[in-house]
Design a protein around this ligand. Sequence first.
Ligand code: FEO
Length: 178
Amino acid sequence: MLSQKMADRLNHQINLEMYSSHLYLQMSCWCAYQSLDGCATFLSQHATEEMGHMHRLLQYLQETGALAILGGMEAPPTEFGSLIELFEKVYQHELVVTSKINDLVHLATTEPDYSTLQFLQWYVAEQHQEEFLFKGILDKIKLIGVEGQGMFLIDRELEKIAMTNGKEATSMTGTAAV
Ligand code: FEO
């Protein structure tokens, strides 16, 4: 059984993952609007992954007899100055998610709540891969640049990552699992 504090924090995380999904889907729409179809596919796919994270948290709350609560959500931004700005926002958002996961692990350790601590291990590992993936993409975009053919190349590389169905991102980021 979860403490009320832990249930509240996990519910907060559920809503953060839902927002992550909305944010990336909106970013995907922006990319599609800019005819960046590879980036749009990649971000849409990642939005689905974020919903997967949300469902995993939700299921854990239900397994422990707690009530999962879906709250309201602010609308994600719809305008991005450039592709670099967009992926900067993705990376910064992922850092926020990481810090919230760290808070959860800290709470599970100090309560102590070993069941939740065990459950959170997948999340810690997954988030490490997400940070690695998005940092790699951002670094490569900065390196290639978004002028002229650079944009085309980046879009093609993101499409390649998406085509692996989220299993591996080798072309731009080394060997990060998505
Ligand atoms: Fe579910 Fe990208 O954090």
